[in-house]
Design a protein around this ligand. Sequence first.
Ligand SMILES: C[S@@+](CC[C@H](N)C(=O)[O-])C[C@H]1O[C@@H](n2cnc3c(N)ncnc32)[C@H](O)[C@@H]1O
Length: 384
Amino acid sequence: MMGSGTAVVEALLQGRSALGLDIDPLALRLGRVKTMPLDVDSLRQVGVRVISRAKALLSDLAALDGYLSARFDEQTRAFVDYWFLPATQRELMALALAIEEVPDRATYRFLELAFSSIIVTKSGGVSRARDLAHSRPHLDKTKIPKDAVDQFAVRLRKNLASIAQLSANGVMVVPAAGDARYMPFADRSVDLIVTSPPYANAIDYMRAHKFSLVWLGQPVGYLSQLRAEYIGSERIGRAGYGALPDRPESIIRQLAERDSSKAAILRKYFSEMQTVMSEMYRVLRDGSASIIVVGTSTMRDLDVQTHHCLADIAVELGFDVVGIAKRRLDRNKRMMPARFGKKGDSMIEQRMHEEYVVGLLKPETRRNESGPIQKAQGVTREYC
Ligand SMILES: C[S@@+](CC[C@H](N)C(=O)[O-])C[C@H]1O[C@@H](n2cnc3c(N)ncnc32)[C@H](O)[C@@H]1O
């Protein structure tokens, strides 16, 4: 659940080997590009050539319209037509074609991200959407999007400046595609896990990311299927879930009295996190730590105490809870769910200015008198 790759980049900067895992195609692209060895000068040169090539392609609108009509399936076509003006579609098509002509894979990946970031922005970038990052996007018919090729040039300069600060120093950093519930890592192979999982009822990443992913060759239908696999997604399947510790069970019961479908979403979230944490336990070496950073969530005005519930689930799996610390959030540096920080916030919404850092330890295994290896008992220390 590495998201945009903050933890793997920090590992890289400190010369530590790291594995990152995420299910989201855009998060993966970000993580990969940030940890790839890239030559800034050659990226700049290719970037400039891509801009000229896109401008040249834009001189033949009939040809671009031909590419556009062959590019998308029917469902994706309807999505693109709804959210992008015809002129923007041509600009984006020209850029996408120019980028696809780049033969070097790493350079291509870098340019693809600059392309994506002219669409996925808080204001909806060159699409006709508003509030893309913060809430359900809505169509703004009065919005006049900026020229996509100009925006690409601006973004390219910014991304080149930030990539210049990163340098691969011989360590192995691998951002991999995968589901945290089924990690492709061997038992007891990991020394430390640092992760910020999705929160219950929080940001729907795919809702914004599909705006650029459709242009990177991913059909809307496939992206909707993938969205159901995200932890915390609101799509409830028919899968039955096992029992949870007392605290999450009691919170789910309280929520069910207010809203039974929200209670089902919360059960799904805690159960999925139970599976993830059991995988974390499996891949961690004995005596190793796991740090989980998680925010608060309120559902129907009920604080679901995610940090305490995850700690209780962890204890049941055999972890020791070393402690839980509270951290104030800088609103300006974080993408927050809708309704965050508005006037007249309830006390519960005020609490969304905080997040919690849960410290877990997989105990050393110990040998008892009669021989077989036994897991040490999970303990919970005093915490907030
Ligand atoms: C809170 S974000 C992580 C933010 C991250 N700390 C960062 O620096 O950007 C949660 C991440 O979990 C990912 N995720 C959701 N469901 C997942 C799953 N089943 N397997 C792996 N990753 C998943 C999302 O794609 C998202 O990138």
